[in-house]
Design a protein around this ligand. Structure first.
Ligand code: HEM
Length: 474
């Protein structure tokens, strides 16, 4: 048998396996027609020509809950109804989907907080919390200010170097990486080493490039037995090799940082200038909480290092430098609106106190409104994929009409069903954000058109940092 026939047989077997295993309790939910059996609506959804292109159109036609077709006829439930989103993100009946879980393992390691559920998650979360308090964040502010200054010099230099358009994404990527290295480990970019920085950047580029092939691989991967999926992690592809290398280098960096801080604590020296230092200090102090062990802290290195600049979490496509892209999108909105630029600049320059002083940002209402609007309009994680691990019923805040004309106010979902929390769509609900929710307009944050009835997530009722037990720590 030649290779072509052998591969054909493998693919046919896998597709057959997908079809046989498929069962769905959401076929009666309305949704867009599927242009292809192989890809369903996934090319439209995941490779839009512009941000949220089809997604926001479907959302207007079908409302905040609808059905999408995944690859090979699978059904996916797309949800931006707030009650339903909260239920999915808080309930133990949902977990990362197998491909997401596998990608998380590959990119940030087996023992990361992102993969943990239940008590193991709670333990890590409690242990990491002291490094992420408001006081800790305030103490890192000089680090962020220095990085911001350096980034603005780089962009000024680029600007002076000619009239050609400037790509600000790479320097912003380096800036977020530097800020997190400083705040997490107390390290500079040089301390991280060229190899680690370059490898991580490579994964970021690779993972931000999505293709139809990735979508198919995801769909097949999601239906494979876990052992086969895990075995796939050892495939010697370029991206997998780079991810394994970055993860290995991060582990060594984490171990080195833990050792250095451990030695400082032993000598009675202060280590609370960065997250790892604060956590190590907890290990040695007589605190009532159960601190993390050195190994547990080391295991979170790559998660923390990549968390702010890329989100390995939503990893349908190894999400990436999306935080950087959120900033880039914000700057793009500013570039289109010189008046807003002027007002913002005036507010910053007339603000009492230096930018680096505690509390200075709180006295800049327009800057805060601009940041909120940027996170609302361009959330770093536009959607979060979850899989049902135990049959359950999702409640809805508003009833919907099914394809058979029935009104329902809850949806039964069976084990194995993939659901998509539409973060970006929730951020455009007119009932929450006003009739012009699909316009970028920071001034909305000064008006009472925003519905503040529901307390969602840790910041400005946005889902950008998610909500529930896995709410962003950073
Ligand atoms: C604007 C910047 C950021 C955004 C929008 C953001 C967003 C998110 C989101 C959406 C999640 C949940 C992911 C999921 O479970 O699907 C998350 C989790 C997490 N984030 Fe962030 N994040 C940001 C910055 C950071 C930074 C700077 C750090 C650390 C230095 C960080 C650390 C974490 C950690 C540790 C988790 C896992 C929490 C858990 O599973 O319990 N994040 N973040």
């Amino acid at each position: 048998m030649n290779h072509g026939i052998a591969w054909g047989a493998v693919v046919a077997l896998l597709v057959g396996y997908c079809v046989v295993r498929q069962r769905s309790s959401i076929s009666h939910i309305r949704g867009p027609p599927s242009p292809s059996w192989i890809f369903g609506n996934m090319l439209q959804f995941r490779l839009p020509s512009s941000y949220g292109d089809c997604e926001f159109k479907w959302f207007k036609i079908y409302g905040p809950v609808y059905r999408l077709k995944g690859c090979f006829g699978q059904n996916r439930l797309m949800v931006s109804d707030l009650l339903a989103c909260q239920y999915i993100l808080k309930s133990p009946h949902f977990a990362l989907s197998p491909t997401t879980d596998n990608t998380v393992r590959l990119v940030v390691g087996d023992r990361t907080i992102l993969r943990m559920r239940g008590k193991a998650h709670q333990h890590l979360r409690n242990g990491l919390n002291p490094g992420f308090t408001a006081a800790a964040a305030r103490s890192f502010q000089p680090i962020f200010d220095n990085v911001a200054q350096a980034a603005s010099f780089i962009t000024q230099e680029l600007e002076l170097s000619g009239t050609a358009p400037i790509d600000i994404v790479p320097p912003l990527g380096i800036a977020t990486f530097t800020a997190i290295a400083g705040a997490a480990l107390g390290y500079s970019l040089d301390d991280l080493g060229e190899e680690y920085v370059a490898t991580t950047q490579r994964i970021m580029v690779a993972s931000s490039t999505q293709t139809a092939g990735h979508i198919l691989a995801d769909a097949l991967g999601a239906r494979l037995p876990t052992w086969l999926l895990r075995a796939a992690l050892h495939l010697p592809t370029k991206t997998f090799n780079a991810a394994r290398k970055a993860s290995h280098l991060a582990q060594s960096l984490g171990a080195q940082a833990v050792k250095e801080k451990h030695d400082l604590v032993q000598q009675g020296l202060n280590t609370d200038g960065d997250i790892f230092g604060i956590l190590l200090d907890q290990v040695h102090s007589n605190t009532e909480r159960i601190p993390l062990t050195g190994e547990e802290i080391v295991d979170q290195t790559q998660t923390i290092m990549t968390a702010g600049q890329e989100h390995p979490l939503t990893i349908h496509h190894f999400l990436l430098s999306f935080f950087t892209k959120t900033i880039a999108f914000g700057l793009w909105e500013l570039a289109k609106d010189p008046k807003l630029q002027e007002s913002l600049r005036a507010e910053i320059h007339s603000s009492p106190g230096e930018a680096g002083q505690n509390g200075a940002y709180d006295q800049m209402p327009l800057l805060n409104a601009f940041i909120k609007e940027t996170l609302r309009f361009y959330p770093a994680e536009a959607f979060a994929e979850r899989m049902v691990v135990k049959d359950t019923i999702i409640p809805l805040s508003e009833s919907i009409t099914t394809s058979t004309g029935k009104q329902i106010s809850e949806i039964s979902v069976s084990k194995g069903q993939v659901v998509i929390v539409g973060i970006a769509s929730y951020h455009r609900l007119e009932s929450h954000w006003g009739a012009d929710a699909d316009k970028f307009r920071p001034s909305r944050w000064f008006e009472d058109t925003i519905l503040n009835a529901d307390a969602v997530g840790p910041y400005a009722n946005l889902l950008a940092f998610l909500t529930g037990p896995h709410t962003c720590l950073g």
